[in-house]
Design a protein around this ligand. Sequence first.
Ligand code: SAH
Ligand code: SF4
Length: 345
Amino acid sequence: MHNLYDLTPNDLTQLLTEWEFATAHARPLWRHLYRDLATELATIAELPPKLLARLQAEATLGHLTAAKSVQSQDGRTNKFLLNLRDGEQIETVQMEYGEGPQTRTTACLSSQVGCALGCVFCATGQMGFTRNLTSGEIVAQALYVARRCREQGQRLSNLVLMGMGEPLLNYEAVMTALEILHNSAGLAIGAKQITISTVGVIPGIVRLADEGRKYSLAVSLHAGNQPERLAMIPAAHPWPVAELLAACRYYTEKLQQKIFFEWTLIAGKNDSTDQARELAELLQGIPCQVNLIPLNPTVGFDGQAGDTAAIAAFRNILAERQIPSSVRQRRGIEIAAGCGQLAVT
Ligand code: SAH
Ligand code: SF4
């Protein structure tokens, strides 16, 4: 059985060739999947009945259904617990920003069921790792949100791989999914509007650079030296801070684009002015922006978000050294839809 959401335009053309149908049928089929956002392989007027019959017999649309959905008080963040075909579940988040015609919608996608990295402050890390998602399962999450956007008269404009899992440890499936979602005849989400967030998997960062994949890249740093980083990301042993930064430099030079560094701020752990200085030192000469994420509460971690004065002092030090920074808007905390709060229990 082929899950059509696993297939890139090339794969689809190849399948048609294998089945001895004209490759011209790929276009209406693609439109049906990614413009009409179909959930059934119902009659597509443009396809010959024979092809449709074969598709119905040997292919599926791996669309996902929600076991549960919750909405934040302001109505602008929605979290969905989606059922995978093998009984596993994942969470996907829809976030709306801006007003009126400027409204943008971002889907926060998962790349794995659970995560093997075990970052101490992250609910996904606390649940452990079950399996990688297929590219079709990643695509299906975006389509789920795109359908909801359509109902609301909006367009899905941005994707962030910041849900459950480490995208660069599921590299092939994530890149295939992004190729599909970026395709201009489908959802057509711009490369810059797609952000991959990684815990710092060095080989993955180098590979993105070598393959010329010009998506936005966010690297979760959280600490400016290896001992402090390991205390937060126990599985970061293979990726020493100095080597990670060297890979980031390579990436920015090769792709000629900046990197976003994410820093989950925890009071008394990594929010001091000394740590801000250490970070600034480390980032000298790298085109970048620092995204500070005040810690969101999770059951398994007993830490506090840095207070506003500490955040301001931290940002001042970065600013003095010409490093732009922003503080991530807190979204959907009361429904546990914020960064690091996604888990299936
Ligand atoms: N595995 C990837 C992407 C998913 S996590 C990564 O680690 O980058 C997305 C972001 O949420 C990361 O920057 C992560 O450090 C952050 N995060 C995890 N737990 C958090 C928490 N409790 N509060 C705030 N941010 C958190
Ligand atoms: Fe995994 Fe990212 Fe959570 Fe760390 S922060 S456990 S890498 S999902």
